[in-house]
Write a protein that binds this ligand. Structure first.
Ligand SMILES: Cc1ncc(COP(=O)(O)O)c(C=O)c1O
Length: 421
């Protein structure tokens, strides 16, 4: 930590909440320089759905490196890329009857969001994009326009407030207010002051924004409204795609077919940078090289990504496993919520993303700090920082899941006792 503390920019984040130096990691656990073990419920903020150093993918990766497989290939066709495309079509798209073209963007999720909004604007000839309260889509200036949290927007507001209309996400307002109806109204009424947008972009579960889960009926309604007004629908599945909700795509339960889908984080399976924009063929209006970049073909990531799909997504066994663990996690967290109503306002989630909403940010951060000192890595989220987010690897062994939850519950008890003392 010494070098990091002294020389890394003030912008550093996670190393402040978890101030140790990590050395090795395996599955759901990670170790520090004192050989202390931590159960990892942060999982690379959703980039490690299959755990650290997954042995199946590691073997393939080492073989590929050993035989001098192409590592960097711009967007050239390589054997690794050919293989990934074939596997992704065969096991992910075709069984779901989804016909998408694939755009490999720069390696960050943010770059995929940039590509999606650029393409939406090119295709429709419109500039405005509709996004949602508490949405999170990344930090380049285009993506940041769509991101709600004031902390991230600070100092850039004047530039960011162009070409974007924020509307309330499901549940943002209390009572019966339905923001899908509101969207329909502002698009239908020329007195609304809202320019007809190129697209709407949304997460089906807002990850960074506080684990806000949109019901499938609301998503279906949004899809109908976008079709009615000839607006593109972009689903940002960067955090809750790749199996996080139980299905490979987070929108599968809703049975909707978005015009574009962004994927990143756990797509490579191994924590290697890789991003993919899925585009309906009829709107693939890019000119060759129009959204380019040096690192669009991470061949090491293609190797592990193909292996992840072959290992986990050939049939629905993994989906059943995730749903089983999810039911258990939510049942126990709901019980913890009942037992500690004085500091827990709400428990929610879907698949293996869950939230415990505390009364305030200080309580949430005391709990996560106490949990960390007892060997659990877990973060807070939401614009007020009062929500504790559970994001364990999807293939976590039941023992680690149980142990992690126990550490969490004990942390609550400890901080409550400390308050009483
Ligand atoms: C839904 C969503 N979109 C976009 C991003 C940005 O991805 P990246 O951090 O890889 O640029 C994130 C990152 O957390 C995300 O959760």
């Amino acid at each position: 930590m010494e070098q990091v503390r002294k020389h890394e920019s003030n912008v550093r984040g996670y190393s402040r909440s978890f101030p140790v130096t990590f050395t090795s990691a395996n599955g759901a656990v990670i170790h520090d320089t004192d050989h202390k073990q931590y159960i990892d419920f942060l999982a690379g903020a959703g980039a490690l759905n299959y755990g650290h150093n997954n042995p199946f993918f590691k073997m393939k990766l080492m073989d590929y490196i050993d035989k001098n497989g192409v590592t960097h290939g711009l967007d050239l066709s390589t054997e690794a890329k050919e293989h990934f495309i074939q596997i992704f079509n065969k096991y992910i798209l075709e069984p779901r009857e989804l016909k998408y073209k694939m755009q490999f963007t720069g390696p960050t999720g943010t770059n995929t969001v940039e590509a999606a909004i650029k393409l939406a604007q090119i295709v429709t000839g419109r500039t405005n994009i509709i996004t949602f309260t508490n949405g999170y889509h990344g930090h380049s200036k285009g993506a940041l326009r769509l991101t709600a949290n004031a902390h991230y927007r600070k100092g850039l507001e004047n530039e960011l407030n162009q070409f974007t209309t924020f509307i309330p996400y499901f549940g943002f307002l209390d009572g019966d207010f339905d923001s899908a109806d509101y969207l329909d109204k502002i698009l239908s009424d020329s007195g609304s002051g809202t320019d007809i947008p190129a697209a709407i972009i949304l997460e089906t579960i807002q990850g960074e924004g506080g684990v806000n889960v949109a019901p499938k009926e609301w998503l279906q309604k949004l899809r109908k409204i976008t079709e009615k007004h000839d607006i593109l629908m972009i689903v940002d599945d960067i955090q809750v795609g790749c199996g996080r909700t139980g299905n490979f795509f987070s929108f599968e339960d809703a049975g909707i077919y978005p015009d574009m889908v962004t994927l990143s984080k756990s797509l490579s399976g191994y924590g290697l940078p890789m991003s993919l924009l899925l585009i309906k063929p009829e709107i693939d209006d890019w000119k060759p090289g129009q959204h380019t970049g040096t690192f669009r073909g991470n061949n090491l990531a293609f190797v592990t990504a193909a292996e992840a799909i072959i290992k986990y997504w050939k049939d629905d066994e993994f989906t059943q496993e995730i749903k089983g663990k999810s039911a258990k996690l939510l049942r126990i967290l709901n019980q913890i919520g009942e037992d500690h109503k004085d500091i827990i306002k709400d428990v929610r989630g879907k698949g293996l993303i869950a939230a415990v909403e505390c009364t305030d940010a200080e309580t949430a951060s005391s709990i996560t700090a106490e949990a960390f000192s007892n060997g659990l890595i877990i973060e807070t989220c939401g614009s007020d920082g009062n929500i504790i987010k559970f994001l364990p690897p999807l293939n976590i062994h039941e023992n680690y899941l149980n142990e992690g939850i126990k550490i969490f519950e004990k942390a609550i008890e400890t901080i409550k006792q400390a308050e009483l003392a």
